[in-house]
Ligand binder design. Structure first.
Ligand SMILES: NC(=O)c1ccc[n+]([C@@H]2O[C@H](COP(=O)([O-])OP(=O)(O)OC[C@H]3O[C@@H](n4cnc5c(N)ncnc54)[C@H](OP(=O)(O)O)[C@@H]3O)[C@@H](O)[C@H]2O)c1
Length: 313
């Protein structure tokens, strides 16, 4: 297949392109930042510069390259500064998830491209009630904190628009395994505490496993929503100390929920109540197997240096 990967230079894109090429696909990879053409080419793809917010440029790129499939992996999260207002931090990404998705879908329709996959997100979205692990059929949070409403709405828009068009929305867990993983710096600096009793559940996914699931979703071509997460959704009190240890950092601090609310705001405190996601559907329908079934092995594989393993032995 000729596959058009929007966001080929990003954390997931750079893992996905080589896996697609290994499977015999041809890849057209887009980048946004000047200077990333070489990065995309080095992965084996044809590189094109593209701003997904420029609908005319999107149309032209898709019509000129004539792909069989489109994969939307564009976000704008590199070096993002998280503030109390999650929506402000996510504003450019929200536009990529709404306007960017719509532009790609319109171009796909016009070019007769029937296979379409887009990046969505599983963690912190499901209703914060009932059991700790949610399937794709479970309801999303009907009442997200005020500062996260636009972000949740943008993801809901993407899920709906893509599946309405017969495509696949992949709700990934929290990515790790890349060079710029977001949790590394704050955990190393002990700036990422366990909130309250640490009972909020998160789902993670190693970037290599996320890319493998994406290739399978593309090849299976079954429309719908899939949680792409590992086998072990876990409460913060379990995974955060393991992550700190893998990074060689001191154990995380604990802060009461009311203190966290004052410091980081309501939107980030929803982590304290969040539910995890089940990967049963992706395994069953896509035949997906994970290289890192749990963050327990994955964090160590991603972060622990070989010399420190020897030093600890
Ligand atoms: N599920 C998750 O947990 C999740 C999801 C997404 C990201 N993240 C994390 O966020 C951090 C940053 O992610 P990242 O390294 O992938 O960087 P990013 O800034 O989110 O970029 C992702 C991709 O989107 C492209 N892009 C950005 N703006 C665009 C635009 N207006 N039009 C078209 N394409 C655009 C980027 O191109 P250029 O690189 O050329 O600018 C890149 O290819 C990483 O730590 C990553 O793991 C986590």
């Amino acid at each position: 297949m000729r596959v058009f990967v929007a966001g080929a230079s990003g954390a997931i894109g750079t893992r996905l392109v080589p896996q697609l090429i290994d499977r015999g696909h041809e890849v057209i990879g887009t980048f946004r930042s000047p200077g990333n053409a070489g990065r995309v080419r080095a992965l084996g793809a044809e590189a094109i510069a593209l701003d997904l917010l420029d609908a005319r440029a999107v149309r032209k790129a898709v019509l000129e390259t004539g792909p069989d499939a489109i994969v939307h992996q564009a976000t704008a999260l590199a070096d993002v500064r998280f503030s109390r207002n999650l929506d402000r931090s996510f504003a450019p990404t929200n536009r990529l998830r709404t306007e960017g998705t719509d532009a790609l879908l319109a171009a796909a329709r016009e070019a007769g491209v029937h296979r379409f996959i887009a990046q969505s997100f599983a963690s912190y979205r499901y209703a914060r009630e009932g059991g700790p692990v949610k399937t794709e059929d479970d309801p999303l949070d009907p009442n997200p904190p005020a500062a996260a409403r636009e972000t949740n709405a943008a993801m809901a828009h993407l899920d709906q628009a893509v599946t309405d068009a017969g495509g696949v929305a992949l709700r990934y867990g929290g990515f790790y395994g890349g060079s710029n993983d977001g949790l590394v710096k704050p955990v190393r600096k002990r700036q990422f505490p366990i909130v309250g009793d640490g009972g909020g559940v998160s789902s993670f996914i190693h970037l290599d496993d996320a890319a493998a699931a994406t290739v399978l979703a593309l090849e299976h071509d079954r429309a719908g929503i899939y949680n792409i997460v590992d086998d072990e959704p876990a409460p913060m009190r379990d995974w955060l100390p393991v992550l700190a240890n893998a990074l060689g950092a001191k154990p995380p601090r604990h802060v009461p929920r009311w203190v966290a609310r004052l410091i980081v705001g309501e939107a980030l405190v929803m982590m304290a109540e969040s539910r995890g996601a089940s990967n049963a559907k992706a395994k069953r329908e896509l035949g997906w197997t994970l290289r890192y079934p749990s963050w327990r092995q994955g964090f160590i594989a991603a972060y622990r240096q070989p010399e420190s393993i020897e030093a600890r032995a």
